[in-house]
Design a binder for this molecule. Structure first.
Ligand code: LLP
Length: 463
């Protein structure tokens, strides 16, 4: 799903006749800044440091596997998004990528809003003090209890995803004696160039209400007549890990067309549009993500142009990046356990985590990079597959990569760009204990989500 090609070159070329899997031209000790968080570097002994702290020390203190999150990078990315969109737009961080109370506080301090998509995420946001009006509540099947909680808390917007939900939210808000601010999520019919499971704007899927067959216009009609709802805008999210801005442009154009139709039919100009998240990040050196200011300019230019030609006032734009903010800010640190060379094929390197801390490779065929980080090495590159410790052959963390041939049990290796959708999608498969998230900043490290323990597992098992 990332666009990365396989590494290419001569080693193992006989078993891979297409010429794939050739040793990389670059020195394996070199770190590609694109895939590592900003404060990551190697010290003079070749050991990786993040936030000024050396990984061996971090491993000793916090154990492995563990996610290390570069707090200053996270904050810098928040600011870059907020600055790029400016005062005329709103940035909602998508909490599904990774959410914790510390993250909620950082978002507040850096001036971002928050998109939540479940009662659990809402509870985390409220508990950490995010003002409710800065929260957007998403989901294709919010429960009545979740809607009641969101309305009661006074969330800034609920994004409506179906006709039943329009009626449900209206009823709950009216019963609570309030008018809930809402947006309607539409599917604009764009085929996003990403993995099928994370593309969301084509019509044949569960999210949103289709523009093409007039359903979205009907949803707007209903929402405008219900006393419990204040319709503030239209929402579109086309998918995830997308590099090409063309899909966003089509989406923006179609949403603005709908605004014009609403103005013509109802005499109302809705004040906001939300263009969702989905901007891609670099998982490997082959990926070339856009900078927030380029994205902001592309989106605001298209919305302004389309509004001008439709004679509409330009609405306030909002966006919901999750991965683009947190994804690049963390890496997962593993200890190498066993090493199994398979003659003529590749070497299997088993680590102390796996699909329970990173399901993305198994689920989306995602590509990742990996590096030996406890030391440097001058050894030849060897083709490896980094696998986990789970009872499943699909338990792959990094499908194809090169590590130095002198790799040994006890070495530490790190997989960069695991800040998004790794801890948040982690599981207890095989009763694995989910790893901690440790925030590192200016020579200090602190646990923000602690490691699970066997007691945690047994506490849920009530016999
Ligand atoms: N807004 C809405 C309405 C969404 O559904 C999502 C992601 C986002 C924003 C944030 O998208 P982002 O900027 O993080 O791409 N588990 C998959 C990704 C699923 C995304 C679901 N919705 C993965 O690991 O790639």
């Amino acid at each position: 799903m990332s666009r990365s090609a396989h590494p290419a070159g001569p080693r193992h070329a006989d078993v891979y006749p297409e010429g794939h899997y050739t040793a990389p031209a670059t020195d394996l000790n070199e770190l590609d800044a694109k895939v590592w968080s900003r404060t990551v570097t190697r010290d003079e002994d070749g050991a990786l440091t993040v936030g000024g702290m050396e990984v061996a020390r971090l491993a000793e203190e916090f154990g492995t596997p563990a996610y290390f999150l570069d707090e200053s990078d996270f904050r810098a990315r928040c600011r870059a998004w907020a600055d790029a969109f400016g005062a005329e737009a709103d940035v909602f961080y998508a909490g599904k990528a990774f959410l914790s109370r510390a993250v909620v506080r950082w978002l507040q301090e850096e001036g971002l809003n928050l998109d939540v998509c479940s009662g659990g995420e809402l509870a985390t946001a409220l508990d950490a003090g995010m003002p409710a009006e800065r929260i957007a509540f998403h989901g294709n099947n919010k429960t009545v209890a979740e809607i009641e909680r969101a309305v009661e808390a006074g969330v800034g917007r609920i994004v409506l995803d179906s006709f039943q939900e329009i009626a449900r939210v209206a009823h709950i808000a009216q019963r609570a004696g309030t008018r809930q601010r809402v947006q309607i999520r539409v599917t604009v019919g764009v085929e996003a160039h990403t993995h099928e499971f994370i593309a969301t704007a084509h019509e044949d899927q569960k999210f949103g209400i289709a523009l093409a067959d007039g359903q979205a216009a009907e949803a707007v009609r209903r929402a405008l007549t219900l006393d419990g709802l204040e319709l503030i805008g239209i929402h579109s999210h086309i998918g995830s890990q997308i590099f090409d801005m063309a899909g966003f442009e089509v989406s923006a154009r179609r949403v603005v067309q709908l605004l014009a139709e609403i103005r013509d039919e109802h005499g109302v100009e809705l004040p906001e549009i939300d263009l969702g998240g989905g901007l891609g990040i670099a998982y490997t050196s082959e990926d070339d993500p856009r900078e927030p200011h380029e994205i902001a300019k592309a989106l605001s230019d298209i919305v302004t142009r389309e509004c001008e030609s439709a004679g509409l006032r330009t609405p306030r734009i909002s966006v919901e990046p999750g991965r683009a903010i947190v994804g690049p800010t963390a890496f997962t640190l593993y200890e190498v356990g066993t090493i199994k060379p398979l003659e003529g094929l590749r070497t299997y390197v088993s680590v102390d985590g796996g699909m329970s801390d990173n399901i993305r490779t198994a689920l989306y065929d995602a590509e990742y990079s990996v590096a030996l980080v406890s030391r440097s090495s001058e050894a030849e590159p060897m083709l490896v597959r980094v696998v986990g410790k789970h009872c499943e052959s699909g338990d792959i963390v990094v499908k194809d990569a090169f590590l130095p041939a002198d790799l040994a049990p006890g070495d530490l290796i790190a997989v960069p760009a695991t800040g998004a959708y790794c801890r948040s999608m982690a599981s207890n498969y095989n009763h694995a204990l989910r790893p901690p998230v440790v925030a590192v900043r200016d020579g200090q490290a602190r646990v923000i989500v602690r490691r699970e323990t066997e007691e945690d597992l047994l506490r849920l098992d009530v016999g």
